[in-house]
Design a protein around this ligand. Structure first.
Ligand code: FMN
Length: 171
């Protein structure tokens, strides 16, 4: 199987997951890692399975990731799996399903297989701490607790879980 792992990542968290998935996929398949910014629709069309990664931005997939979904090829026989990183410790499953819904919907529209979405925590970039603390209306103690929980993520366990997800998707 030809596997593409493509991702949008501003501060490196989603990229770490992408690298783990690609490394794992590469053990039994041809696997390429391509930044979303460098991916052309023509190149994407040549893969049997696409892993598409996004950070969560304001409760939504990052804008370039949503754009990318438009270029999936109809009835191509491809399979799409998603992966998302977010700073919040854990979202209820129904929230994660809602965040990943555009991927699932795009697969439905294009009649290609949707293979689910992995997610894990990813530390928020330092420059965003002030604005996000303010937006979430957290006092310093609550924010310190939040930062404490996200520091170091994705960690080794997250990367192992991402690898297990890749294996489950690739069967
Ligand atoms: C503009 C912006 C909006 C964000 N919105 C959310 C959000 O709604 N929920 C959340 O849990 N994390 C949110 N985050 C945190 C990122 O999703 C998280 O740090 C992610 O791991 C970043 O991935 P990256 O390093 O690959 O860019 C936001 C970050 C940015 C920069």
């Amino acid at each position: 199987m030809n596997v593409l792992v493509t991702y949008f990542s501003q501060s490196g968290n989603t990229e770490k997951i992408a690298r783990a998935i690609c490394e794992e996929a590469g053990k039994a398949h041809e696997a390429d890692l391509v930044k979303l910014e460098e991916l052309t629709p023509e190149a994407a069309a040549g893969y049997d399975c696409i892993f598409l990664g996004s950070p969560l931005h304001s409760g939504s997939l990052a804008a370039p990731v949503k754009e990318c979904l438009k270029v999936l090829k109809e009835r191509s026989g491809q399979k799409l799996a998603g992966f998302i990183t977010h700073m919040a410790p854990a979202y209820p499953e129904q929230d994660m399903d809602a965040f990943a819904a555009p991927m699932k919907e795009a697969c439905g529209e294009k009649q290609i297989q949707y293979a689910g979405c992995f997610d894990c925590q990813g530390v928020l970039a330092e420059a965003m701490h002030g604005p996000v603390q303010k937006k979430l209306n957290m006092d310093d103690a609550q924010w310190a607790d939040m930062v404490n929980q996200m520091t170091g993520r994705p960690n080794r366990e997250d990367l192992d879980n991402a690898r297990a997800f890749a294996n489950a998707v690739l069967g």
